[in-house]
Design a protein around this ligand. Structure first.
Ligand SMILES: C[S@@+](CC[C@H](N)C(=O)[O-])C[C@H]1O[C@@H](n2cnc3c(N)ncnc32)[C@H](O)[C@@H]1O
Length: 274
């Protein structure tokens, strides 16, 4: 593509190394478990907002020899995804730059359209869902999974982590997204007029030393090195020293022997009405 992908909002997490590195640990087995039983060899699949492609490659393996395409608006992240696919010799997988608001594909050109943790960042989720449905064939599958940060719970409590959560919500809304998207998925899909809608829950839980260190350290780094923290300062919701105090709180929480963090993710699986 020669023109920049269409954006109606700012992407809250940004593409700093700490963020992309954590996204790259996701797998299709976990993030698409609600979709995998429906996938068949030969299907043509689109992963919208694919990020570094660690989920996309698992989906590609399931539909081979059918083609899987990962689409994202971040050129740098797609470079990571392409290098990963090349290193693994996945020849039914390719990546393309673009926006969910104007997908560079013909109508009805996919059997499956999937998006993981993307719709929560969109100012116009209904428009995006219609665009995903446009490129899906009648009776094709649409699968979306989104977090609901409003269900987040953690222990032990820390006033700076509470402050982070408050600032994170305000920044996310100001960027144009919806951190509580999980609870809205059913309404969004109903409004789009899909058929055979199935809504399921999935819980993310960090409760081993390795999990809490990974999560806490990732958020400490994101606060100090990514647009998540930078925009909070730009919008006047936090100072640089507030970010440092939040990062220190995450690091202390990460190594606490009682540390626990959890939130709900909501999965929507449906067919395009024939
Ligand atoms: C939280 S990451 C999720 C990445 C991947 N799906 C995963 O779960 O690991 C959200 C991704 O959506 C992409 N994104 C945000 N807005 C987008 C848009 N309008 N069109 C396409 N991709 C978008 C971002 O660049 C980012 O890679």
């Amino acid at each position: 593509m020669t023109s920049e992908p269409l954006r109606h909002e700012k992407y809250t997490h940004g593409h700093a190394a700490a963020t992309v590195r954590q996204h790259a640990q996701r797998t299709a087995d976990e993030a698409a478990a609600f979709l995998l039983p429906e996938l068949r060899p030969g299907m043509r699949l689109l992963d919208v907002g694919c990020g570094p492609g660690s989920i996309t490659r698992g989906l590609a393996e399931r539909v081979a020899p059918g083609q899987a395409i990962g689409l994202d608006l971040s050129r740098e992240t797609l470079a990571t995804a392409r290098a990963d696919a090349a290193a693994r010799g996945l020849d039914n997988l390719r990546y393309q730059e673009g926006s969910v608001y104007e997908l560079p594909f013909a109508e009805a050109s996919f059997d499956v359209v999937y998006a993981h943790q993307v719709v929560q960042h969109l100012r116009e989720p209904g428009t995006a869902l219609c665009e995903m449905l446009r490129v899906l064939r009648p009776d094709g599958l649409i699968a979306v999974r989104e977090v609901d940060w409003g269900t987040m719970t953690y222990w032990p409590l820390d006033p700076w982590i509470d402050r982070f959560v408050e600032v994170h919500f305000k920044t996310w809304y100001r960027n144009g997204g919806e951190p509580r998207m999980g609870r809205r998925l059913r309404a969004l899909f109903n409004a789009a007029g899909v058929s055979d809608l199935r809504i399921t829950p999935a819980v993310w839980c960090y409760a081993t030393p390795a999990e809490t260190v990974e999560w806490g350290e990732s958020y400490a780094q994101r606060l100090l090195t990514s647009p998540m923290g930078e925009r909070a300062v730009e919008y006047g919701y936090a100072s640089r020293s507030d970010l440092e105090a939040m990062a220190a709180a995450f690091r202390a929480w990460a190594v606490h022997p009682d540390a626990f963090w959890s939130f709900l993710h909501v999965e929507a699986l449906a067919r395009k009405a024939a």
